[in-house]
Design a protein around this ligand. Structure first.
Ligand SMILES: NC(=O)c1ccc[n+]([C@@H]2O[C@H](COP(=O)([O-])OP(=O)(O)OC[C@H]3O[C@@H](n4cnc5c(N)ncnc54)[C@H](OP(=O)(O)O)[C@@H]3O)[C@@H](O)[C@H]2O)c1
Length: 245
């Protein structure tokens, strides 16, 4: 063995390990290329939006946080680092291949007007719940109409998928980090296949197994206080959903 071989051995070992890493898909998305990530626009960067944004960022996605307080969103993005940024709600919607809407339901009418055309055809994961004590009259209307159909009317043109509605934000980090054990299902409702596919990917990347319980009309059951709320296995969700439709 000559001295060149001795110098070359560690480098070859590194390159072999690097190649293996690529083959096994074990490297972070930056090494795997952009196809491994999604751009996620987040409107409402509070408990649910901020927590999910952080989880998806950790999973390798690029996120843009937005609210009415840009400085807070900038601070959050700065804490996460690369692939996280902040902008206005409009910028977040334009940025996202998929958008998470995570604001009090009462904010949706004004947001819908403010966002206007940029929502057209946008896949939107709708985590928002109507509560009369918090959101007022709009929540009574939304509960009568059904939460999913109501969001679709307030955010015209958006391809709405309801998800993450009835699980506490405080449980999300632990579920995202879980290794093994019984899967936790995420009930989802939507009418658009492509939007459901994108939302399902985000659901999986947050550690849940997606369970589509039906079209957007089923979104009325995806609020706290219904039998689908809380944590269930995918099988339990299917059984419960069958009793509802
Ligand atoms: N907390 C949970 O565990 C949980 C679970 C599932 C679903 N949800 C639902 O998710 C939604 C958000 O709940 P949350 O607990 O995350 O509330 P939160 O902690 O109060 O966060 C709400 C976020 O929305 C922003 N926001 C409020 N009005 C806005 C507007 N007009 N335009 C843009 N951004 C606005 C707030 O920021 P600024 O005030 O700075 O604008 C904040 O970043 C609610 O509909 C809730 O029912 C909550």
């Amino acid at each position: 063995m000559n001295s060149n071989d001795q110098r070359g051995t560690p480098r070859r070992a590194f390159l072999q390990a690097f190649g293996t890493g690529i083959a096994l898909g074990m490297l972070p998305w930056t090494a795997r290329g952009a196809e491994g990530r999604l751009k996620v626009g987040i409107v409402g960067s509070g408990r649910i939006g901020g927590t999910l944004g952080e989880i998806w960022h950790k999973a390798g996605h690029a996120v843009m946080f937005s609210s009415r307080h840009l400085d807070d969103d900038r601070a959050l993005a700065k804490r996460l680092g690369d692939r996280a940024q902040a902008g206005s709600p409009r910028e977040a919607v334009v940025f996202g291949a998929v958008v998470l809407m995570a604001v009090p339901f009462g904010a949706l009418p004004a947001l819908g007007r403010q966002l206007g055309g940029v929502l057209k055809d946008k896949p939107v994961v709708d985590a928002c719940n109507p509560f009369v004590h918090r959101d007022g009259e709009i929540a009574s209307w939304a509960r009568q109409k059904g939460a999913g159909l109501a969001s679709a009317e307030l955010l015209p043109g958006a391809r709405i998928v309801r998800a993450f509605n009835a699980i506490s934000y405080a449980r999300l980090p632990e579920i995202a980090e879980r290794k093994g054990g019984e899967p936790v299902g995420m009930p989802m409702a939507g009418d658009d296949a492509q939007a459901i596919a994108l939302a399902s990917r985000l659901v999986r990347d947050a550690g849940f197994e997606p369970v589509v319980v039906g079209g957007l009309a089923m979104g009325k059951y995806l609020i706290p206080g219904t039998p689908l709320a809380g944590e269930h296995t995918p099988e339990e969700i299917r059984k419960i959903a069958a009793t509802l439709s």
